[in-house]
Design a protein around this ligand. Structure first.
Ligand code: PGA
Length: 247
């Protein structure tokens, strides 16, 4: 199964989220394309709205962009995994490089959040990525394997885990599109270690309608995690079509 999804990051009003969800639900009214598992990760404010519009039998999985490891308590500004589930999430995005860089996320908190997600029956989407200097120095494989091992430390059953490899140098408007040869080594290593154990290993970072097909052809890539190119529903639907042709 190819998992193809988008995080909207800190974008979209409720009206914009509703419009996207309405058009997505209509386009997928006969189900998701064969072999493709769509997922959407809206801002937390839009989760219940998007869930209600998609409906409980939608083929689209919903995620939250971050969740705390504790079930409840005095953690001002945070959202727990049970609260995310209550709002309709079935996935928890954990350890995106923007959270690690700007919000003090560490391998230790990532690991706690992975465990909390699994405890409550949600799928962790564990993000990993190396800075440009590490890539330039040829250290990508070691960096990523250490990051993923730390995120999964003490997790015996990783079968519900998704791993998203998102090199920091490839993400966002200042990122550069990865060529297949830039990411083959990391995917070979991730595939060898986790390919037959986890639910899916995805690629993210400047994925677009022009490079999605060749990215999916890299050995070990079983999904796409997309930002900007999927923030308009037509762009996302096109990516689902491209993935379906590869599935
Ligand atoms: P981008 O974002 O597709 O806009 O580069 C990817 C991500 O941060 O997951």
């Amino acid at each position: 199964m190819l998992w193809v999804g988008t995080s909207w990051k800190m974008n979209k009003t409720l009206a914009e989220a509703s419009d996207y969800a309405t058009r997505l639900a209509a386009a997928l009214s006969d189900g998701a394309p064969t072999g493709v598992q769509p997922f959407i990760i809206p801002p937390a404010t839009a989760l219940t709205t998007v869930r209600a519009i998609l409906g409980s039998d939608s083929p689209v999985e919903l995620g939250i962009q971050n969740a705390h490891w504790a079930d409840a308590g005095a953690w001002t500004g945070e959202i727990s995994v049970p609260q995310a589930a209550d709002a309709g999430a079935t996935l928890v995005e954990i350890g995106h490089s923007e959270r690690r860089e700007f919000f003090a996320e560490t391998d230790r908190t990532v690991n706690l959040k992975v465990k909390a997600s699994l405890t409550h029956g949600l799928r962790p989407l564990l993000c990993c990525g190396e800075p440009g200097e590490v890539f330039d120095a040829g250290g990508s494989v070691d960096h990523i394997m250490a990051q993923v091992a730390a995120g999964l430390d003490g997790v015996d059953d990783v079968s519900r885990v998704l791993i998203a490899y998102e090199p920091i140098w490839a993400i966002g408007e200042h990122g550069r599109e990865a060529r297949p040869e830039d990411i083959e080594g990391v995917f070979a290593a991730l595939d060898a270690e986790y390919g037959d154990k986890v639910e899916c290993i995805l690629y993210g970072g400047s994925v677009n309608q022009g490079n999605a097909e060749e990215t999916l052809q890299v050995k070990g890539v079983n999904g796409l995690f997309v930002g900007r190119s999927a923030w308009q529903v037509d762009g996302y639907l096109e990516l689902l079509r491209i993935a379906a042709a590869q599935a």
